[in-house]
Design a protein around this ligand. Structure first.
Ligand code: NAD
Length: 294
């Protein structure tokens, strides 16, 4: 069992710290919110008056904070952990922060010979309570091996994201996709309501199509990801169907911002001579637009 400092006892941090305690680890906890501290204290955690105090004698230091500036302050600030931590302990930042901030923290700590890994989490606060978070580990193989017994007290699955800084980057991709899909889903549901169509019927239909199953695992797998752009469904037909949807929405006074942006993307692909290609060629067009493919 390990001595762990846990900093940031919010919606996520509190249940994560609680699960570590339940699994028998000894926890020093710190949060600017004293109520949060006393709730975890009642489970057996030792309360601390600063990050600097919390990390004394701890082998692992976990931060679960709202943003990168706060993580930086907890590490390097006046009462920061850098002033009293054991140089052999491992800092595990589980917050969702900007990858460049995470890189900067890792590089600054390396100057003190202190190890830092990023291990943000996927899923929700319900999963934090149940101990079933998805942990996106960005670290060296030895850091991941060393931290795994701790991480598995908070999550049910660890993804080795491929090296230092890669955990926070795969988290960024995941959030980009799911946050954008939330907005697109809201447009689909609103159009559905304007068409006086029950949402559960639309969901039943979309459950069997890429709309809900995702392109990554359906349409792309045997087409663009295999460099095959021969059409299973042509760009110009997709363009026509999206045009019908946006036209109907327009008549019903339903704004479709995401839909309009997507129509423009198909417009562009058509203009670039991709009309007869498979609709997954949208990926190729995006790569060209980004300079990733010449
Ligand atoms: P939260 O706001 O509920 O909790 C943050 C905690 O940090 C609070 O208790 C706050 O008092 C504390 N805090 C703020 N400044 C501090 C400081 N200087 N020193 C010590 N403690 C400080 O946020 P959350 O929902 O627990 O999210 C934490 C992180 O996890 C965020 O980076 C978030 O993006 C990420 N995340 C959240 C979810 C979710 O569903 N809530 C899911 C995945 C990832």
């Amino acid at each position: 069992m390990s001595n762990i400092a846990f900093i940031g006892l919010g919606q996520m941090g509190k249940p994560m710290a609680s699960n570590l305690i339940k699994k028998g680890h000894s926890l020093n906890v710190y949060d600017i919110n004293k109520t949060a501290i006393s709730e975890v204290q009642s489970l057996g955690a030792h309360s601390s008056i600063s990050p600097k105090e919390a990390v004394k004698g701890c082998e692992f230091i976990i931060t679960m904070l709202p943003n990168g500036k706060l993580v930086e302050n907890v590490i390097f600030g006046k009462d920061g952990i850098i002033h009293s931590m054991d140089k052999n302990s491992l800092i595990i930042d589980m917050s969702t922060i900007h990858p460049l901030e995470s890189d900067s923290l890792r590089n600054r700590l390396a100057e003190y010979n202190i190890e830092f890994m990023d291990a943000p989490v996927g899923r929700t606060s319900d999963n934090a309570i149940a101990g079933t978070l998805l942990i996106l580990a960005g670290g060296t193989p030895s850091q991941i091996e060393r931290s795994s017994p701790i991480l598995l007290c908070m999550g049910s699955e660890i993804i080795n994201a491929g090296g230092p800084g890669k955990g926070i980057r795969v988290k960024l991709i995941n959030n980009f996709m799911s946050i954008s899909l939330n907005a697109l889903s809201a447009e689909a549901a609103t159009l559905c309501e304007a068409l006086e169509l029950p949402l559960d019927i639309a969901i039943e239909v979309m459950k069997g199509t890429p709309a809900i199953k995702s392109h990554f695992t359906t349409t792309w797998a045997n087409k663009v990801l295999q460099n095959d752009l021969t059409p299973a469904f042509m760009i110009e037909l997709a363009h026509k169907d999206l045009g019908i949807a946006t036209d109907v929405a327009n008549q019903l006074h339903v704004p479709l911002s995401m839909g309009a942006a997507a129509l423009e993307i198909y417009n562009q692909a058509r203009a670039m001579g991709r009309g007869k290609q498979d609709w997954t060629a949208i990926l190729e067009q995006a790569r060209i637009n980004s300079g990733l493919k010449k």
